[in-house]
Design a protein around this ligand. Structure first.
Ligand code: UDP
Ligand code: MG
Length: 328
């Protein structure tokens, strides 16, 4: 397979932004002076922000022709924003970064060096986390669990911060799923991948929009989209409960045969009902999670709706094929 890797590639940095007015001025200042040694473009995805983010981005796009912005009609979520960015990004290399400066853009220098050495995906691996100990335990258990039960290799402690070769981005763009867990899709694609360790700083300003509910939803997307193991767990749980029930039956029968009085029965009945009921509900819940995801997929709705686009996107739009213009 021939590699299209050019000596002077162009890179496109994607930033999903949701209510980032507090951090945007600093981010834009950092980007203005950022020198990666190769032609660089920036693509912001305004994920339905309701603060001054859209205006700030529009001004930035008007002032700097390397910048462009896609605006969603409402908030569609971080993973969808990243996917939209990948769809509209140009260039030979595409990088995904958080807008809150938690993924230092300067680090891309070393990512690009790895790309030049032949790697197609270079992702950041967090060596430290500035989150609370509780969140840190949650993150680390999640990555370890995912690693154990998923069908594909999803690197531990790697987020969406990554640089990808054009061919990887093109493959990700063809993946149709709605429940998008981008770092999982990135792992699924394959090719040559490598992690680069970095100490993740705390959010520069503003508040994180990932609360416990959204983090749980993301974790479920990751676990259920890349593994059927939970379905198997439910079958094992069911089998375990049935086995316990059977043991109890044997015990009761042996008491009956040896002529001993059977226990009163009330407590054991309640315990069994609660236990079996709990297991059944849990299994149904797991089935429901998968079913809900299948339902999302079969509806076949677009992943996002665009309100407008500014900056270089309007210039390169004519060069894109018609299929690229439709939101997917
Ligand atoms: N973000 C987004 N849509 C959302 C939530 C977040 O585009 O619905 C963006 C946000 O602006 C930031 C990135 O996704 O650039 C990561 O979000 P956040 O900092 O809240 O997450 P954390 O760093 O805590 O994982
Ligand atoms: Mg953040």
């Amino acid at each position: 397979m021939t590699d299209h890797r050019s000596d002077n590639p162009e890179i496109c940095l994607i930033f999903p932004c949701y209510n980032e007015e507090e951090v945007l001025p600093d981010l834009l200042r950092t980007l203005e002076t950022l020198d990666l040694g190769i032609p660089t473009r920036f693509l912001f995805i305004d994920d339905g922000s309701h603060d001054h983010t859209p205006n700030l981005l529009k001004e930035a796009c008007a002032a700097d022709k390397r910048m462009a912005c896609l605006s969603f009609s409402r908030n569609f979520g971080h993973q969808v924003a990243v996917s939209a960015g990948l769809k509209h990004a140009c260039g030979d290399i595409v990088a995904v970064l958080d807008a809150d400066l938690q993924d230092p853009p300067e680090l891309l220098q070393s990512f690009i060096a790895k790309w030049r050495n032949g790697y197609d995906v270079v992702y950041g691996v967090r060596t430290n986390r500035k989150e609370s100990w509780f969140l840190r335990i949650c993150y680390s258990s999640f990555y370890r669990l995912l690693d154990r039960i998923s069908n594909i290799k999803i690197p531990r402690d790697a987020g969406d911060f990554a640089l990808m070769d054009r061919k990887v981005v093109d493959v990700i763009n063809t993946l149709p799923e709605h429940n998008r867990f981008v770092r999982g899709l990135r792992g699924w694609v394959g090719f040559k991948q490598v992690g680069v360790k970095y100490a993740r700083p705390a959010r520069y300003a503003g508040k994180p929009s990932y609360n416990m509910r959204r983090l749980t939803a993301l974790a479920l997307d990751g676990l259920l989209s890349f593994s059927a193991a939970p379905l198997r767990v439910s079958a094992w749980l069911g089998a375990g409960a049935a086995f316990l029930g059977f043991c109890y039956l044997v015990y009761a029968l042996s008491l009956f045969v040896s002529g001993k009085d059977l226990p009163e029965g009330w407590t054991s009945t309640i315990v069994l009902i609660l236990f079996l009921g709990g297991v059944q509900l849990m299994v149904l819940g797991i089935l429901g999670e998968y079913l809900g995801r299948i339902f999302d997929e079969v509806k076949g709705r677009p992943h996002y709706v665009l309100r407008d686009q500014t900056g270089w996107l309007t210039e390169v739009d004519e060069e894109l094929s018609p299929s690229d213009k439709t939101a997917t």
